[in-house]
Design a protein. Structure first.
Length: 264
DNA sequence: AATCCAATCAACCGCCTAGTA
DNA sequence: TTACTAGGCGGTTGATTGGAT
């Protein structure tokens, strides 16, 4: 469902991401964050452009992403927010934790758009939309086993159905990310998440791994990026390969694996 | 069984905005 | 004020999938 990998004239790889690339990107971002997307692919050993890395991380690899079905609540929220804000997908995504703007946009165009006028005005004069609606109604019988019937979507019940979103989480791309995807925001985190966008990667890991995690990188992450940032200041981001001595002196439990592809 | 076609969604592209020198 | 850079956003593309014929 994705473009076949290829290299453009500048030697930049495009198209589908391989598992190895995902691992490299995930490992790098988990360890160093993403202070500079343009530099990141070079530092992470990827032959991608920064934008591609950012997109892959934001839309697929980032922790706490929900995959799979949308709850009725989410669908209703998208409809409402779209009615309010139009195609402001990033704004809409802010109100749906775990969903990306890209995913919501896709979902809108493939699932919800056709119901827009139906929901608001049954006498729409838009022929295309009417066609879409008819098509969707007929295709609703072709429901995949993991999808709810379209008729449920059409009803858009507004009662608080206490949908447990976690029940809709089906998968994620990587095992170490998968463990994150079942994470649910607490009310406090929900309240704060709008202020935390810049440190998203770190905060995700520092929110729920404090107790159970024994993995070195998790401990590093949960220990908190801010401490590290304070120590190294802004140069931390521009010099991600500070000698292991620098780390080992003060942070000697973060001794990097010599097999680490990032290790110079 | 083969072909067609609509739906899906990851990924790309171009533009806009904010920050900085 | 201007130019440049990086990040982010929204529109679009295209490969894959699966149902219909």
């Amino acid at each position: 469902m994705v473009r076949a990998p290829y290299f453009d004239a500048n030697g930049i790889k495009k198209g589908a991401w391989s598992e190895e690339e995902d691992k490299k990107l995930t490992a790098y971002v988990e360890r160093y964050g993403h202070p500079n997307w343009r530099q990141l692919p070079r530092l992470a050993g990827l032959l991608r452009c920064g934008k591609s890395c950012r997109l892959r991380w934001m839309n697929y690899l980032r922790p706490n992403l929900k995959r799979g079905n949308y709850s009725q609540k989410e669908e209703q929220l998208i409809m409402d927010l779209h009615k309010q804000h139009g195609n402001k997908w990033s704004l809409i995504a802010e109100n749906l934790p775990g969903r990306t703007d890209n995913e919501i946009k896709n979902y809108w165009h493939s699932h919800l758009k056709k119901f827009q006028n139906c929901n608001v005005n049954n006498t729409s004069s838009d022929d295309d939309d009417d066609d879409d609606l008819n098509k969707s109604k007929s295709s609703s019988q072709n429901t995949k086993e993991h999808e709810r019937p379209k008729s449920e979507v059409l009803t858009f019940t507004t009662d608080d159905d206490n949908d447990d979103d976690s029940h809709h989480i089906l998968e994620s791309s990587l095992s170490n990310v998968t463990t994150e995807s079942s994470y649910s925001y607490t009310e406090e985190e929900e309240d704060n998440k709008g202020n935390n966008n810049n440190n998203n990667a770190w905060l995700c890991f520092s929110s729920g791994h404090e107790e159970e995690s024994n993995r070195e990188e998790d401990r590093f992450a949960s220990w908190g990026a801010t401490t590290l940032f304070d120590e190294f200041g802004s140069s931390f981001w521009t010099e991600p390969f500070i000698s292991d001595d620098a780390f080992s002196q003060d942070y000697n439990y973060i001794l990097y694996d010599r097999e680490d592809p990032f290790f110079i």
